[in-house]
Design a protein around this ligand. Structure first.
Ligand code: TYD
Length: 315
């Protein structure tokens, strides 16, 4: 298993300590936009799982450049190298964000289907939609064995504390207000990261399905307020920490995916208990305080981002 990673702000070798000594594991510090590196690595590769991306909506609103470069151009470099190789699988990790608000083409609110039109609402979502369609075109045009996954919101250990759950857990542990955008009624479908990995593993070891798109999700839809209240209860912190702030521009009211295609194809669906997994995640952050303190308190880039985004001081 070759892990190619640029180690941008969210990359962290500490997260890989458990696997770094494994005889089947190699880490390569590099950028998917570097053709020479990608072509060299692709020679020894049977299958690609392409996770590499800028992923945070708020950052894409502040500055979209890196999103276009890594998510779109980087995907192009990987696909070009894949086209010249003998790989048997190219899994494009797309996202449910490509659909925009979950609804039928007639405008009726319902979980997104793989056949729904793409209507990305943020520069992040648009860059992923570009990559998603580019990957599909390499299947239709060059027969690169592409499979596209569109997963819902992930949560779990090691998640960088800019995304809702780890941001709010670490803020609450520090008794800092939890900034809820708008009225907090926006809903997302939340999947535990391990279950997303299980779904990818099933795809990786399957045959057939070239050119197919699969939604992946857990059918656990909750609003930001519901998540926030549950987290505060688990942490035994007061609800007064909830702070309503200016809404995110282009804020998507509802993301949810219909996962029946994946279930039909693989006989599997995410079944982990949400409260249990959320408690496990909170426990992980409690027990790994050094991990997140190094980011929150010592990383000046994180502090600058936080202040710019929320216009308040962290320390
Ligand atoms: P996020 O974790 O950024 O994921 P995404 O935007 O990809 O769904 O946000 C999840 C939800 O939480 C979304 O509705 C925005 C909301 N949110 C807040 O209300 N406050 C915050 O500080 C953040 C980061 C997110």
């Amino acid at each position: 298993l070759i892990n190619l990673d640029k180690l941008t702000y969210a990359g962290n070798l500490e997260n890989l300590q458990d696997v770094e000594q494994h005889p089947n594991y190699t880490f390569v510090h590099g950028d998917i936009c570097q053709k020479a590196v990608v072509e060299r690595l692709m020679k020894d590769t049977d299958a690609v799982v392409h996770f590499a991306a800028e992923t945070h909506v708020d950052r894409s609103i502040m500055d979209a450049g890196d999103f276009i470069t890594t998510d779109v151009y980087g995907t192009f470099v990987l696909l070009e190298a894949a086209r010249k190789s003998q790989i048997t699988r190219f899994i494009q990790i797309s996202t449910d964000e490509v659909y925009g608000t979950a609804m039928s083409p007639e405008g009726v609110s319902r979980p997104s289907l793989e056949t729904d039109p793409l209507m990305p609402l943020s520069p992040y979502a648009a860059s992923k939609a570009g990559a998603d369609r580019l990957a599909f075109s390499y299947w239709t045009t060059y027969n690169v064995p592409v499979i596209i996954t569109r997963c819902s919101n992930n949560y779990g250990p090691y998640q960088y504390p800019e995304k809702l759950i780890p941001l709010f857990v670490t803020n609450a542990l520090d008794n800092i207000p939890l900034p809820i955008y708008g009225d907090g009624h926006n809903t997302r479908d939340w999947i535990f990261v391990g279950e997303h990995c299980k779904a990818i593993d099933l795809l990786l070891h399957s045959s057939g399905y070239d050119g197919e798109i699969f939604n992946i999700g857990a059918n656990k839809e909750y609003s930001v307020i519901q998540i926030t209240e549950t987290l505060l209860d688990i942490l035994e912190k007061p609800k007064t920490l909830m702070q309503f702030v200016k809404d995110r521009p282009g804020h998507v009211p509802r993301h949810a995916v219909d996962t029946s295609k994946f279930q039909r194809s693989f006989g599997w669906s995410a079944s982990a208990d949400f409260s249990e997994m959320l408690e496990r995640t909170v426990r992980w952050y409690r027990e790994h305080e050094q991990w997140w303190r190094r980011i929150r308190d010592k990383d000046s880039g994180y502090k600058r981002y936080y202040q710019k985004q929320y216009q308040q001081r962290v320390d």
